[in-house]
Write a protein that binds this ligand. Sequence first.
Ligand SMILES: Nc1ncnc2c1ncn2[C@@H]1O[C@H](COP(=O)(O)OP(=O)(O)OP(=O)(O)O)[C@@H](O)[C@H]1O
Length: 282
Amino acid sequence: MPEQSKPILSVKNMSVQFPTLSGVVNAVKNVRFDVGREKVGIIGESGSGKSTTGRAIMRLQPDTARVVADEMRFEDVDLLAASEADMRAIRGSRISMILQDPKYSLNPVMTVGEQIAETVILHERLGKKAARERTLAMLERVNIRDPQRVFNLYPHEVSGGMGQRIMISMMLISSPSLIIADEPTSALDVTVRQQVLSILDDLITERNIGLIFISHDLNLVKSFCDRVIIMYAGRIVETIDAARLDEATHPYTRGLLEALPSLDHPRDRLEVLKRQASWAEA
Ligand SMILES: Nc1ncnc2c1ncn2[C@@H]1O[C@H](COP(=O)(O)OP(=O)(O)OP(=O)(O)O)[C@@H](O)[C@H]1O
C-alpha cells in the first residue's frame, strides 16, 4: 500500500465500558474505523460516545474504564500494548488533542509562550532560545500579529478565539501526524469560528496531518470534513463521505439531516427525531 494511503490510525472493534454504582455503562460498542491523512468528523448527539472514543485513542480514560479492542494501531504503535511512558511520549507530540475551551487546557500560572515552548523543550529537547524562536514562528503561523507580546500573556488575558489559536499552536508545534479535536470551536462565535477553522484547515493540509473532528454540528462537519462517522448510543451507525451526506441511508442520519434548519428552504416546523431501539443494537 502506498505510504500516503496507509491509515495513520486503525481501530478495530473497540468497546469502552464504565462500571458505575448503578451498573455498567457501555459508552462505546464495537466501533471500527480508520483515519488516513484526511479530516474525519464524528457526529452524534450528547452521550453517543464521541468524546469517549477520542479519549480512548489517547488512552486518557479514568482508571476504572475498561477498553477492549481487536486492534488499536497508531502508525507503528500498538496502542493496546503501549506503556504509560510510551503514551506520555506520544501525547502532545505524535497525537495531539484540542479541546473546546482553551482556558481548561492551558496552565493558568504560566505565560502562553512558555507553555508552547515547553512542548518542544520536552519532546524535541530544544534549548530555551530555539524553543522561543519556534514558538514565535508558530504564533505567527496562526495569524497572531504581535507574537512577542502574546508570548508573555497569561491564559486569562486572551480572548476565546486567540486562546484557541494558541492551543492550535501548542498542539501543532511538534508536528503530530494525528489531531483529535473535540468540539474545538463550539465556544466561539460564528466569525471567529470561521477564522480558527480556516487556520486549522490550512495547517492540516500543509502538514499532511490526519484529523478526527468531534462535533454535534452536522452542518459544520459536512462543510469542514472529508468523511463523517455517525454515532448513536455508542455505535457507529454509518460512515459516509461528507460530500455525499445528503444521500445517507441510515434512518438516524436521515433524521439528523431532516432536523436541520435551512435558510434556503425554511420550514414551519422542524422534524423531531423518532428513535428506534434497533439502532443501538449490533
Ligand atoms: N467517567 C465516566 N463514568 C461513567 N460514565 C461515563 C464516563 N464518561 C462518559 N460516560 C458515559 O458514556 C457515555 C458516552 O459519553 P461521551 O462523553 O463519550 O458522549 P459524547 O457523545 O461525547 O457526548 P457530548 O456531546 O455530550 O460530549 C455517556 O452515557 C456518558 O454518561
